[in-house]
Design a protein. Structure first.
Length: 213
């Protein structure tokens, strides 16, 4: 995946897809997880899982490259090479391995993880989207509070769904319509966010929390 050649990248992605179809744990032979984080964040509170993680504090020297790498989609964008303070190599979109990142707290750690999200479920990796049984559940999220819009709310958004990058294709040549829909969705979500903050501040949020098995 470090190659700049699209055909080579395609072969690498094909191998990763095939191995993932057998078991997600085989992705360790395709990708290496690097976690860029706030310098004051204590990564020791997270429990190691099947993918060893190398934590790298963000600073002025690596911030821009780390952000760019986080969205560098293979075969679409160039990877980012040799980020300051991180192991040498080519860095690409982390969603391949961690589409919806779900790292649990270690057993000694107290408290919960608040996870603002746009879906009501978590999909571990990009290649796991077709594997419904691989949705993150059980011990991995037993201390995670998932904050997501309900299906009922999503149905009221323009086109009845959350806007995404495929709208550039769906609405090609209709930029005004696309931008209007995105802005309307953003404004509706601001209202939803305000309602959450009100519920959190007045304590009524206790009545809205649901346990998901």
């Amino acid at each position: 995946m470090g190659s700049k050649q699209s055909p080579v990248q395609a072969i690498g992605l094909g191998q990763a897809f095939a191995l993932n179809a057998i078991s997600r744990k085989f992705q360790r032979f395709c990708f290496e997880r690097i976690l860029f984080h706030h310098p004051q964040y204590d990564t020791s509170i997270l429990e190691e899982n099947i993918f060893p993680t190398t934590p790298i504090p963000l600073d002025r020297k690596n911030f821009s490259k780390a952000i760019l790498a986080s969205g560098s989609i293979p075969m679409v964008m160039e990877g980012v090479n040799d980020i300051t303070g991180a192991p040498g190599g080519t860095y690409r979109d982390g969603g391949l391995l961690d589409y919806h990142p779900a790292l649990s707290l270690n057993p000694e750690q107290t408290g919960f993880i608040l996870y603002p999200h746009f879906y009501t479920e978590l999909t571990p990796g990009w290649f796991d989207k077709k594997f419904h049984k691989r949705r993150v559940k059980g011990r991995a999220v037993d201390r995670t509070i998932l904050l997501a819009p309900s299906p009922e709310f999503v149905s009221t958004l323009p086109f009845g769904r959350i806007p995404d990058r495929r709208d550039f294709i769906r609405l090609m040549g209709r930029d005004n319509e696309r931008i209007c829909a995105w802005n309307k969705a953003a404004n509706m979500c601001r209202v939803l966010g305000d309602e959450f903050m009100d519920a959190a501040q007045n304590g009524s949020i206790r009545k809205k929390v649901k346990k998901v098995d």
